[in-house]
Design a protein around this ligand. Structure first.
Ligand code: ASP
Length: 453
């Protein structure tokens, strides 16, 4: 829809009444901001946990936090969730009695565990949207709550990792075109064709924003966060890192999937198809222009950012004759996929391969996978290597610019840092160096100095 802006506000932007008031000011500044997607309340301070995590903890009887070695009972999570919404209602001065009643009813709903996790996880967005909508109306912004189930946002049955089914786009467009004022939409979830709530992967409200922007052919998708935009590297480690003014869809996809957690790694996919610009902005600093994501970037700087992914493991497998056996690498990878574990990067040589994955995904499965590979493939060497960090410089200008990898490698050599794994995608928009984690901070600093400063 012409000139319409989809705005998505992340957890910290809607974490308390003060933040929600900033959201209201942003919406009232521009009447093209008609579609507002909201997250559940996020952290107010670094010691807090997100409401979504409390909800998952509740659904799993305390297992969610126990697995992170945190001592937070499900009863405590229940109290935090109810307390948070109660406080929002009081602080915003809205009539929220029904909200609390419905929320409490939902939290009691009995469902099989895999469905209950998604249903409860979605309640943070569901009720925050209702509260924000009531607040907008009270403040004189005519608004309507539009739930995913009411706009036909239909998703697959992959609980906790659902994806949008394409028939949704027509439904969304039809429903939203009937809304007169501002539509307030809870992010992060949709409904399956059987009527069950299923959530996207974590951070999935970004995805809702991208899907809504695509469905209505928005002029712009604004993604409001608590950062001034996307930094070249993690500013906690390199405080002088700058905001990247412009990125292409391809670059943000690579940076997000390799460890930048500012924007969901799938949320740009449909915007890219319709060339809908995405602007990452800061709710707490509206004067910052943020980062604009578009199809082309001029000038094409060689490297725009360096992503960092910790907690990576790799399986190193050597089998004499591997290089002559058609399909063997695929069969090895399948062993891991059979456990529902995602893998990425497969540096190979004639008779060996390394298969990279998230080390947390191996918990509980490593011994079984090892046994299975030993039995079925009789490898000469089979090793699990843990605590690897992958650093991935990204930039569309790299392919026309010889020597970037050499520069990065030289910077590491000067610091005496040994590289375990090297991989470059054929698109030449990024490359990946893997090290033992204890090298990661100094490796990132060295590469930043050489490639970005
Ligand atoms: N609240 C969900 C999460 O914490 C989704 C989101 O905030 O985007 O992952």
């Amino acid at each position: 829809m012409k000139n319409n802006i989809v705005c998505k506000f992340g957890g910290t932007s809607v974490a308390n009444a003060g933040q929600i008031n900033k959201v209201k000011n942003i919406i009232s500044q521009n009447n093209e901001r008609k579609y507002v997607v909201v997250s559940a309340p996020g952290k107010e301070s670094s010691e807090d946990e997100k409401i979504t995590d409390h909800l998952i903890n509740l659904a799993t009887g305390g297992k969610h936090f126990r697995m992170q070695n945190k001592n937070i009972s499900s009863q405590h999570s229940y109290d935090v969730v109810i307390g948070k919404f109660q406080k929002l209602i009081v602080d915003l001065g809205i009539e929220g009695k029904d909200v609390l009643k419905h929320l409490k009813d939902d939290l009691k709903k009995s469902l099989p565990e895999y469905k209950r996790i998604d249903f409860l996880a979605s309640r943070g967005e569901r009720y925050n949207a209702e509260i924000i909508c009531q607040y907008f109306n009270k403040q004189g912004i005519p608004s309507e709550l539009v739930l995913p189930e009411n706009m036909g946002l239909t998703v697959s049955e992959n609980f906790s990792n659902a994806y949008v089914i394409p028939l949704s786009y027509r439904n969304i467009k039809e429903k939203l075109s009937q809304i007169e004022g501002v539509a307030v939409i809870p992010g992060f979830y949709g409904v399956t064709t059987k009527g069950d709530v299923a959530v996207f992967s974590r951070g999935g409200s970004d995805l809702t924003g991208g899907e809504v922007a695509y469905a209505i052919e928005a002029a712009l998708y604004e993604n409001w966060t608590d950062m001034d935009g996307i930094y070249q590297v993690d500013p906690r480690l390199i405080p002088e890192a700058k905001i990247i003014p412009r990125l292409t869809y391809k670059e943000i996809r690579l940076l997000s999937s390799k460890g930048f957690d500012v924007f969901h790694y799938d949320a740009m996919m449909n915007c890219k198809k319709r060339k809908i610009p995405i602007q990452i902005r800061n709710t707490n600093n509206i004067s910052s222009e943020g980062t604009l994501i578009v199809s082309e970037r001029v000038p094409e700087e060689v490297v725009v950012g360096i992503a960092r992914q910790d907690n990576v493991a790799y399986l190193y497998i050597e089998i004499d004759g591997m290089g002559d056996t058609i399909g063997i690498v695929n069969d090895l990878i399948d062993v891991i996929h059979d456990y529902g574990i995602e893998t990425y990067h497969y540096p190979t040589d004639r008779d060996d391969v390394a298969i990279l994955l998230n080390q947390d995904d191996l918990v509980g499965y490593a011994a079984d996978i090892k046994d299975k590979i030993e039995r079925e493939f009789k490898p000469d060497i089979l090793d699990f290597n843990y605590n690897i960090t992958i650093l991935s410089p990204v930039g569309i200008g790299m392919k026309n610019h010889p020597g970037v990898i050499a520069d990065a490698a030289t910077a590491l050599k000067e610091k005496n840092i040994n590289i375990d794994i090297i991989n470059q995608g054929p698109a030449q928009v990024s490359f990946h160096f893997g090290f033992q984690n204890y090298y990661a901070d100094s490796a990132l600093k060295a590469m930043y100095e050489r490639l970005l400063k």
